[in-house]
Design a protein around this ligand. Structure first.
Ligand code: NI
Length: 183
């Protein structure tokens, strides 16, 4: 596996609509390697998700860590991170509830901002085996999926913010805005 270079805001690929992936190409070694390389690059950079244009690849693919909103058991063995890879994802809201929460992006290093997202979504996509999947997500996982799917349409989290007032550098975010319960 290899670490990939991450594109940063200002690179034109981050503003393009990505091309759909032919389901028959998902099983190819090149595409499987891209998924593995993206997963490694995401984990090494401590990201929650990573989309293909962020590694200069024009295709509708992202990887994300699998999150549960419930608190992890402190005594549990640290588990191998579970990684979701979605190809050609399509999102529909599963409720009308909108929640604002903090987001960052590996292509916009050093910043955090409050972004409104659907709380509950349903996603149709192909998984890394080329199987059609249909999944439901809520809370932080739903947020990550919406953020990453936006990348496939050239949309960055800054575009989704209702106002720039919350935009913060990470140090100031940690000092003034990070939720107490996450400390
Ligand atoms: Ni991002």
């Amino acid at each position: 596996m290899s670490l990939l270079k991450i594109s940063r805001m200002g690179h034109p690929i981050l503003r393009k609509k990505m091309k759909a992936v032919a389901p028959s190409s998902i099983a190819t070694p090149a595409f499987q390697k891209l998924i593995d390389d993206m997963a490694l690059t995401m984990l090494e950079n401590d990201g929650a998700g990573l989309a293909a244009p962020q590694v200069h690849e024009d295709c509708r693919l992202f990887v994300a860590r699998v999150f549960n909103d419930r608190e992890d058991d402190e005594n549990a063995e640290p588990a191998e991170p579970e990684i979701l890879a979605l190809v050609n994802p399509e999102i529909v809201p599963a409720s009308r509830q909108i929640e604002e929460d903090w987001e960052g992006c590996l292509s916009i290093p050093g910043l955090r901002g409050l972004v409104p997202r659907y709380r509950d979504i349903r996603v149709k996509a192909h998984d890394r085996n080329g199987e059609r999947i249909d999944l439901q997500a809520s809370g932080f996982m739903a947020r990550v999926i919406q953020h990453e799917t936006d990348h496939l349409d050239g949309i960055l989290f800054l575009d989704r913010m209702k106002s720039m007032q919350s935009l913060s550098f990470i140090e100031e975010f940690a000092k003034y805005h990070a939720k107490r319960e996450r400390e």
